[in-house]
Design a binder for this molecule. Structure first.
Ligand SMILES: O=C(O)CCC(=O)C(=O)O
Length: 265
């Protein structure tokens, strides 16, 4: 077996299975997020200068009018495929990080398949109600665990996440395209479920939200004057079959090992 680093308490594991999420306060040092932010700004600027930054991939904000004299990073919505970069690889392979997924996915052999830094610049719109598994045509389909690390604070004003506790017990619902003109590429929305039980998830830099890929969640618009940023990793069992390319013709997924049974890494 790999290291026996403990991660979640029994109560936290029970809360995750009951609610579909658990919030870990002060999980990481704030400096971790600051290093990540500095790196994505560097990548956004290099990409804007025409450099090939792959495997990372920059997704621009689609909505017009963000910033009068914007720096490249002011126009970015997300940067994907970061988990091979040292600033991010170091975090997602931390034994205390992978132990969380080990406890919830119940295997020592884990891959990170999706890594995305989410810039939510002042004025940027939120992401509508969705379940992440809508985006994950996998076999087996679950368990898949998301790790949302707050890089800045996340507040009602700057567009924190909202979740519907217990909604992870639902199947993946029908999602319709986000109808807002200028909505970001790939945004979709659940409109056939009662979201009145939703609660906001307020976060401080370094707090970590651990959530099930069936949990219904959204984020709201950034109405503040500052950046609301987060780094999100998704983990699943190694050996999972990913059918995204067959079904959609493209993918931002990039499967990399982050934890293995001792002696097999
Ligand atoms: O951070 C956000 O604004 C949205 C993130 C989200 O919905 C997700 O990672 O699935």
């Amino acid at each position: 077996m790999a290291t026996t680093t403990t991660s979640l308490t029994d109560d936290q594991i029970a809360a995750f299975h009951r609610d579909g999420f658990v919030r870990l306060e002060r999980f990481a040092d704030e400096a971790v997020g600051r290093t990540m932010l500095a790196r994505v700004i560097e990548l956004a600027r290099a990409a804007a200068d025409g450099h090939d930054i792959s495997p990372p991939f920059v997704m621009p904000e689609q909505q017009p009018g963000l910033g009068e004299r914007p720096a490249p990073e002011d126009l970015v919505s997300k940067i994907f495929r970061l988990a091979r970069d040292p600033a991010f690889h170091q975090f997602v392979t931390r034994p205390d990080v992978t132990a969380i997924a080990r406890d919830l996915i119940d295997t020592e052999d884990l891959d990170c398949f999706l890594s995305q830094f989410i810039f939510k610049n002042p004025g940027a719109w939120g992401q509508p109600w969705h379940q992440d598994s809508f985006y994950f045509p996998f076999d087996p389909a679950r368990p898949v665990v998301g790790l949302w690390l707050a890089v800045t604070e996340a507040t009602l004003d700057n567009g924190c996440l909202h979740v519907v506790p217990g909604s992870h017990t639902e199947p993946v619902h029908h999602h319709i395209p986000d109808a807002r003109p200028g909505a970001n590429y790939g945004y979709v929305e659940i409109v056939d479920h009662d979201m009145s039980g939703a609660i906001p998830v307020l976060m401080q830099p370094g707090d970590l939200l651990v959530f099930d890929s069936h949990l219904m969640h959204r984020s709201t618009d950034n109405l503040s004057a500052g950046l609301r940023a987060a780094m999100v990793f998704h983990l699943a069992a190694a050996g999972t079959n990913d059918h995204t390319v067959e079904l959609r013709g493209y993918t931002v997924n990039d499967w990399i090992p982050v934890r293995r049974t001792e002696g097999q890494t």
